[in-house]
Design a protein around this ligand. Sequence first.
Ligand code: FAD
Ligand code: SF4
Length: 467
Amino acid sequence: MAKIDLFRRPMPKQTPKERIKNFSEVALGYTPQLAIEEAKRCLQCKKPLCIGGCPVEINIPGFIKAIAENNFPEAIRIIKEKNSLPAICGRVCPQEEQCEKVCVFVKKQAPVAIGRLERFAADWEADSKTESLKAESQNNSNNKKVGVVGAGPAGLTVASDLIQLGYPVTIFEALHEAGGVLIYGIPEFRLPKAIVKREVEYICKLGVKLFCNFVVGKTRTVDELLEEYGALFIGSGAGLPWFMNIPGENLNGIYSANEYLTRANLMKAYLFPEYDTPIKRGKSVAVIGGGNVAMDAARVALRLGADKVSIVYRRSRTEMPARLEEIENAEEEGIIFEYLTLPTRYIGDENNWVKEMECLRMELGEPDASGRRRPIPIKGSEFITPVEVVVVAIGQSPNPLIPQTTSGLEIGKNGNIIADEKTGKTTKKGIFAGGDVTRGGATVILAMGDARVAARSIDEYLKTGEW
Ligand code: FAD
Ligand code: SF4
């Protein structure tokens, strides 16, 4: 019987002191030796629960075994059978909630570091400049074209799957760069943009056509595209930020996280003066919310030179939706967590710049519909605190442009496009959808999982014509 090794190899990282002064990647990745040691911990379970925990069903023990045997090309080959964006997933997927959550070692609090190993294999491939997967054009007799709206993880995955089935695929992207949130939202220090670009280039090398600066609903409508394409997949994400609608929220210095991160990441405000993108660099910054978006915005603010950055969250640490790893990184970097706190209004100076924020303290009651304990305001607990920049990161929903300009496309709560979970079919024939546009803000891997389902179903629809 294999010897049980409960030592989960830690990820080498930049020290907090050093990393808050730069935008370079925080986690440095496993060395080959660390990767092999970690891979050898895997028990190669006969019934590997980890595969069931992966939304795209990667053969996890298979690729880990290959790493343990020092066969890195085989490891990446196995991963890419199911996942065309491994360097990205290995960095940002919430593995602790998915594959690692069901690894047999989880009871001993030492699940095999599946995500770190996936990242290692993908980075090894990039560093060794080999490419394991080539598009094998399967003879597609009807040759119907597929159009994809949005070049985020959902759109890129559907495109990659369908081109490999032999369909000509074209992606229409509104921004000037492909990648979706991966390029405009998640900061460089968590996901280097060169990696996103590399994955996009890979998909283009497979033969996918990409048109940027193409806003579907404006440049051309979905209905117009449907005249030319046999099927369309909508993966336009959830880019419409929510606000709390409290007094003073439109003062200068108050940003949505979407705008703040787009300025910092996509428009490279952090490289000022090389890039001349304006962004207010306050000394005291408050970020409202407790998800990954809030953690990213807070850590960006710190790197832009703030002395004090607070995360203001209305529940406690236990209920925070952000990945544990990112909460810990933020804590290590000195971000202050104001738990059980709710902003109620902002106060401006004579030039309409925010200068103070009024908050209420909360306590937790019974669980609400989300299963988390409901925050209840404590009467008379109001207090005022000085602040120069506020970033609101309380959630987002899909932009209404596409449903508004498309006939027969039904939307649900919060403007999400309604699509069948098992097929990705929307209420309009020939149109499929997945990712954040159907779920609201979710995760990269769920967007990819939806895309995989939709790709299969598009293939079937184009072959049979049956809806
Ligand atoms: P998106 O990534 O939003 O891509 C949609 C694309 O469609 C965009 O490029 C957009 O420009 C384009 N588009 C929109 N409208 C149109 C139009 N009309 N015409 C043409 N193109 C259009 N998930 C994780 O798993 N782990 C994390 O650590 C994590 N961190 C995050 C941090 C931040 C700051 C944010 C904002 C999100 C984070 N997420 C994370 C969530 C994750 O990024 C999303 O769930 C995922 O990107 C959704 O993929 P998507 O393809 O559905 O949409
Ligand atoms: Fe390996 Fe854990 Fe998967 Fe078992 S559950 S095969 S130990 S990664």
